[in-house]
Design a protein around this ligand. Structure first.
Ligand code: WQD
Length: 340
C-alpha cells in the first residue's frame, strides 16, 4: 500500500515509517519539523536502504495536504501522528494545542474526502480512560473527562472520527490507544528526541544515567500499589510501530468502519520496577530519590490487549529490558553526536 505518514519525523512516526518499509509498503513522510529533526527521516532511509519523499508541511494549515497528494499521487491510507503532545505545555497553551491537534485532524479528513483516501489510523492514548474503575482496562471501559487540553484533543479527535465515520460511507478508521511508548530502534540510530527537560520517565532515566541530569525524582511513593509508586504499561516503540502496520493491513481488508484497539503489553510496571529493569539491562546504577506526587498522575493503569491480539494477530515482541537497553543505546548515540 501507499501510506502517507504525518508526523513521520517524530518518535513513533519514524519507527512506523521504518516498519512500513520493512513490511513492503511505500511511504511518504509529512512533518513541519516544529518538534522533530530533519536527520531522522534521513536515518530511516539509511536503515531501510531505500528513499522516500519528505514533505515539510504543517498539516494544521487548511489545504496543506493538497500539494502533497498532488505531488505524490495515489494514497491508500494515512497514519496521522502529527500533534503536540506535552501535557504540561498544553495546560499553559491550550489554544495552540486545540488548534494544532484538531485542525490537523480536520485537514486530514478533508484531504481523505477530496482524494478518496479510504483508510486512517489515528494516534489516540490511554489518557482517554482517565482513572479506570477496572484493571486491566479494555476498549469498552467508559471514557472519562480529560485532565489536560492535550487529553481533550485525543478525546475530541476520537469523537470527530466517530461522527465522520457515521456520516461518510467509505471512510474506515482505526483508533489506536497507546499506553506508554518507550525504547528505540535496537541499533540506536533513531529514538525519542526530548525537547528541554524530559517530562516522560524513560528519557529522564537515560539522561540521568548519562550525566545530563543529577538524579531522577520518583513522583510519589505513597500510592496504593505494591511498592507505593505509580504503575504503567510500557510498550516498546518498535512493537507499537508494528501495531500500526497491522492496523492498516486490517483496515484495507475489513468492512468495519471504526475499530478501536488498546496497544499495550498487558503488564503493569511500577516506577521502581522500571528503574530496576533499566539497571539490569544496562548495568548502570541510577541515582534517584522520592519526591512529592506529580499533579494529574493516574495511580495505576495497564492495558487489556486481548482485542488487538485476537483481531490483528499482533503481539509485543520486546521486553522491558529490551526497551531500556535500546533507549540507553540511543542516549549514547546522542551523546557521541553531541561531542562530535
Ligand atoms: C510515567 C510514570 C510518573 C517522570 C504521558 C501522557 C500520556 C502519554 C504518555 C503522550 C508516572 C513517573 C515520570 C519523572 C517519575 N502520551 N515519573 N519521574 O504520565 O504515564 O503518560 O506520556 O504522548 O498521555 O500523559 O508518562 O513517562 O510522564 O510517567 O516518577 O521524572 O513515571 O509519575 O508514574 P505518563 P510519564
Amino acid at each position: 500500500m501507499r501510506i502517507l505518514v504525518t508526523g513521520g519525523a517524530g518518535f513513533i512516526g519514524s519507527h512506523t515509517l521504518l516498519a512500513l518499509i520493512e513490511q513492503g509498503h511505500e511511504v511518504a513522510c509529512v512533518d513541519n519539523f516544529s518538534n522533530a529533526e530533519r536527520f531522522i527521516p534521513q536515518r530511516v532511509m539509511e536503515l531501510a536502504q531505500s528513499s522516500f519523499p519528505v514533505f515539510e508541511t504543517d498539516v494544521s494549515t487548511w489545504g496543506a495536504l493538497d500539494a502533497v497528494v498532488k505531488q505524490w499521487g495515489k494514497v491508500d491510507g494515512i497514519i496521522h501522528f502529527a500533534a503536540l503532545k506535552a501535557v504540561g505545555e498544553s495546560v499553559a497553551q491550550p489554544l495552540q494545542y486545540y488548534h494544532n491537534n484538531l485542525v490537523s485532524l480536520l485537514e486530514v479528513q478533508r484531504a481523505m474526502q477530496e482524494y478518496q483516501i479510504p483508510n486512517l489510523v489515528f494516534s489516540s492514548s490511554c489518557t482517554v480512560y482517565g482513572t479506570p474503575k477496572q484493571l486491566p482496562v479494555n476498549e469498552l471501559a467508559p471514557l472519562q473527562e480529560a485532565e489536560s487540553p492535550y487529553g481533550w484533543t485525543k478525546r475530541m479527535g476520537e469523537q470527530m472520527l466517530k461522527d465522520a465515520v457515521g456520516a461518510n460511507n467509505g471512510l474506515k478508521v482505526c483508533l489506536l490507544r497507546y499506553f506508554n511508548p518507550i525504547g528505540a530502534q535496537p541499533g540506536g540510530r533513531i529514538g525519542e528526541l526530548a525537547k528541554g527537560v524530559p517530562n516522560n520517565l524513560v528519557p529522564f532515566i537515560t539522561q540521568t544515567a548519562i550525566g545530563l541530569r543529577q538524579e531522577l525524582k520518583v513522583f510519589g511513593n505513597d500510592y496504593d500499589t505494591p511498592d507505593g509508586t505509580c504503575i504503567r504499561d510500557y510498550i516498546h516503540v518498535c512493537d507499537l510501530a508494528d501495531a500500526h502496520v497491522a492496523a492498516l493491513e486490517y483496515l484495507s481488508q475489513s468492512s468495519e468502519p471504526l475499530s478501536v484497539f488498546n496497544v499495550g503489553t498487558g503488564k503493569g510496571m511500577s516506577v521502581l520496577e522500571a528503574i530496576s529493569a533499566f539497571e539490569r539491562a544496562t548495568g548502570v546504577k541510577l541515582p534517584y530519590r522520592f519526591a512529592p506526587r506529580r499533579s494529574g498522575d493516574v495511580e495505576k493503569i495497564w492495558a487489556d490487549p486481548a482485542k488487538i491480539m485476537s483481531t490483528l494477530g499482533w503481539k509485543p515482541k520486546h521486553s522491558m529490558e529490551d526497551a531500556m537497553r535500546d533507549a540507553w543505546r540511543w542516549e549514547q548515540t546522542l551523546a557521541t553526536e553531541r561531542k562530535g
